[in-house]
Design a protein around this ligand. Structure first.
Ligand SMILES: [Zn+2]
Length: 256
């Protein structure tokens, strides 16, 4: 992100040990499997270019839980040394994703890829961090991905007192408090969207078990393979078209 900020920004890197007295509200970070894999996929999809995304979740008793990551959007700008996300897209996605959860998710921070082994922040990064921290109640996370050549993540907690502290992290859905990783039930979904009236939802299309295409104890893999085979897929997978697994939605559809 590029900001013209005339204010001199002073950040101080502090050791994790300085958190002994619980001065900082972030002691540990846990990523859901989905959030972790989203970061890997986004990184690998951009080769050597920088990319990044938005971290969504909750913090409870000093543990920051990253439940989902938002990609930077179609009109994000990527180069080998800079990256800028599409603000409109990420803010829209934040609403769309967070309302699916029992406890709607909040923005915890941002991650981005860095070239080579650079795992500290550029002056431009600090400028963005300064703006984000000033608007966040409890500071933010800013994470850097390096591929040098193994992929590694460095999480920093950026505090309201302009300190930057590396914080250890772990990955695993089983390490996350159940309530915050649970998807909302049908009523809660409506509440999350601000619906004035909660309606019942009907499930009328359930087939009796015996007429389902797959028996309960049947191995699903052969059936899935068959469904993905040429027989059903209108456009076959090919090397010329590596991202085409099926059909794309054509433009110009109208509904009334
Ligand atoms: Zn950077």
């Amino acid at each position: 992100m590029w900001w013209n900020n005339s204010r001199k920004i002073q950040f101080q890197y502090v050791a994790y040990d300085s958190n002994k007295l619980g001065t900082y509200v972030c002691k540990y970070i846990v990523l859901s499997e989905r959030a972790y894999k989203s970061i890997l996929a986004e990184t690998f999809a951009h080769g050597e270019s920088e990319t990044g995304g938005i971290l969504l979740g909750h913090f409870v008793n000093g543990v920051w839980y990253i439940i989902e990551c938002i990609d930077p959007g179609l009109v994000a700008k990527h180069s080998s040394v800079t990256f800028e996300y599409d603000e409109n897209y990420v803010n829209h996605q934040k609403e769309v994703i967070s309302r699916l959860y029992n406890y709607p998710l909040t923005i915890l921070g941002i991650w981005h890829r860095h070239p080579g082994s650079m795992d500290s922040f550029s002056p431009t990064d600090l400028s963005s961090i300064d703006i984000h921290v000033s608007r966040a109640r409890a500071g933010i996370l800013s994470m850097l991905v390096n591929v040098d050549p193994s992929l590694r993540m460095t999480f920093y907690y950026c505090g309201k007192d302009n300190t930057l502290m590396k914080v250890p992290y772990d990955v695993g859905d089983d390490l996350i408090i159940k309530d915050i990783i649970l998807l909302a039930d049908d009523g809660k979904i409506q509440e999350n969207t601000g619906a004035r009236r909660i309606v019942n939802t009907l499930h009328q299309n359930k087939l009796p078990a015996r007429s389902m295409p797959l028996h309960v104890h049947q191995d699903p893999i052969p059936a899935i393979r068959e469904a993905l085979s040429l027989k059903y897929a209108p456009v076959p997978y090919s090397n010329n078209n590596p991202h085409q697994f099926g059909v794309e939605i054509p433009p110009g559809s109208h509904f009334q």
